[in-house]
Design a protein around this ligand. Structure first.
Ligand code: ADP
Length: 167
């Protein structure tokens, strides 16, 4: 049984993240989406809201996997590699979009390997149409043109985000 964690800020979860999650579910026995919380970095959305958006997505797209525990969500505020070990996961999934992701992801993977060589980092590539989707683009656009973020967010996430932000 291979359990993987998919760590990230998910501020907010996008269609790109969603594509990686779907792919990961086809490969691993168990996938834990791990929302990293760094008390020194103030995000756009509160960790609880980020969690809620992911939950809305999973409830809509993968209700059976959510129920069976094949997929789950957690927030954590420690080193990812330590969290991974605590959870009994063998793999850290990271997404690679363009070559510009590579430098940072490669450095992260090497450092994680150095900290714990029992845990593997595995990279997954999204569909081409999600290659230029990012949480930071959503954050930038949202304040000016909420509706334009629709194409970057799974429908369930867009709906929930509107609820959270506009009451
Ligand atoms: P972090 O702050 O850890 O980079 P993110 O939520 O931005 O958190 O990203 C988490 C992971 O998801 C990273 O590996 C990132 O490269 C990947 N990712 C983000 N957006 C996409 C996308 N559109 N397609 C594929 N992977 C993505």
């Amino acid at each position: 049984m291979i359990k993987a964690i998919y760590p990230g800020s998910f501020d907010p979860i996008t269609r790109g993240h969603a594509d990686i999650i779907e792919r990961a579910l086809g490969v691993f026995d168990e996938v834990l989406i791990a929302v990293g919380v760094n008390p020194k970095k103030k995000g756009w959305l509160k960790p609880s809201a980020r969690f809620e958006l992911i939950l809305a997505f999973l409830e809509e797209d993968f209700p059976h996997h959510l129920k069976s525990g094949k997929i789950s969500i957690a927030t954590y505020s420690k080193l990812t590699i330590d969290f991974c070990k605590d959870e009994g996961a063998k793999v850290i999934i990271r997404g690679l979009r363009t070559i510009s992701d590579f430098d940072q992801e490669f450095t992260l993977a090497i450092n994680n390997m150095d900290l714990n060589s029992q845990i593997e980092t595995m990279f997954m590539v999204p569909k081409p149409e999600y290659q230029f989707v990012s949480s930071s683009i959503v954050r930038e656009i949202f304040h000016f043109k909420q509706k334009s973020t629709q194409k970057h967010l799974p429908p369930s996430v867009y709906e929930k985000l509107m609820e959270i932000e506009n009451g």
